[in-house]
Ligand binder design. Structure first.
Ligand SMILES: NC(=O)c1ccc[n+]([C@@H]2O[C@H](COP(=O)([O-])OP(=O)(O)OC[C@H]3O[C@@H](n4cnc5c(N)ncnc54)[C@H](OP(=O)(O)O)[C@@H]3O)[C@@H](O)[C@H]2O)c1
Length: 261
């Protein structure tokens, strides 16, 4: 198979895979990391590995792998692909190499091995799908300078920036709930937390909806679908966990979409 055929096959695999992931995480097993580590299906995910290292390991392909694949492309030095590369890295460089050190990880905390292992492979595939679209000849569109004035790019970039801000601020507020050395959970208060339990996931959805618009490609749409399949069930589960855990949990809060879900 040539690169174009690999790209098409992988797109179909990720589309089908996202339906499988959604069904599995909704009906069969929770992603047993963080607060859901004690779930009865946790043993399915294998032995524990150190949490901070697992975050770097699983997210690094999205920063480094993406950059390598991108720079293998013939159009890598064209200005618009470079801008789109900078957008991607604005999210993933932070997620891979800064965020793992911002998380207030409990001393000795572990994450089941299968989670970083699957995420590593998934992130590598997603990086190929999206990086090749930007810079490889024969895959994706040319992204001329005029694309920067296209309403799809402009709306996508605005959504991406809004989502990036929401995701970072929400994650920073969670980190601030624990003082150094603390390991427990509190009810997050203020800002979007008054509307939803998981504004970090809401921000993540907006980032990838914005990306899908800005690159206007099936690769972006499939990654958005994958992210929804992965994080919607977790948002609903986190929301149920908050309501179970805190008797005084604010009743008006939704899981992830203000006023709706
Ligand atoms: N693109 C994707 O598919 C994808 C997939 C997964 C994650 N992500 C992103 O990665 C980031 C982290 O995701 P996550 O699933 O780990 O988020 P999370 O379950 O909300 O946990 C984030 C961090 O905050 C802590 N925390 C959460 N709620 C808390 C509370 N009420 N009180 C005190 N501490 C609390 C957690 O501690 P514990 O670990 O001890 O619970 C963890 O360190 C998010 O921005 C998410 O969007 C993206």
């Amino acid at each position: 198979m040539n690169a174009v055929q690999w790209h098409e096959a992988l797109l179909i695999a990720y589309f089908a895979g996202s339906l499988f992931v959604f069904a599995t995480l909704s009906l069969v097993a929770k992603a047993a990391y963080g607060r859901h580590k004690g779930d009865k299906t946790a043993w399915w995910w294998g032995p524990g590995v150190p949490t901070r290292a697992s975050w770097i390991f699983m997210e690094a392909p999205s920063a480094l792998g993406f950059a390598v694949i991108y720079f293998m492309g013939e159009r890598a030095l064209a200005p618009v692909p470079l801008i789109l590369l900078a957008m991607w890295q604005a999210h993933y460089f932070q997620r891979s190499f800064i965020y793992p050190f911002m998380r207030r990880v409990k001393p000795g905390d572990t994450t089941p091995l299968l989670i970083p292992a699957l995420a590593f492979a998934t992130n590598l595939g997603v990086s190929f799908l999206n990086a090749a679209i930007l810079s490889w000849n024969g895959i994706g569109q040319a992204y001329e300078l005029s694309w920067l004035a296209d309403p799809r790019f402009l709306a996508g970039a605005a959504l991406f920036a809004a989502g990036w801000h929401i995701n970072r601020k929400a994650d920073a507020m969670l980190a601030a709930l624990r003082k150094p050395g603390e390991t427990g959970y509190r009810i997050p208060r203020g800002w979007l937390y008054e509307r939803v339990s998981c504004p970090n996931y809401l921000g993540e959805f907006l980032v990838w909806a914005g990306w899908a618009l800005a690159i206007w490609s099936a690769a972006g749409a499939v990654f958005l679908l994958w992210t929804l399949a992965n994080l919607l069930p977790r948002a609903l589960e986190n929301h149920r966990w908050y309501r179970r855990t805190f008797a005084d949990y604010p009743a008006q809060r939704r899981a992830v979409i203000p006023g709706l879900l």
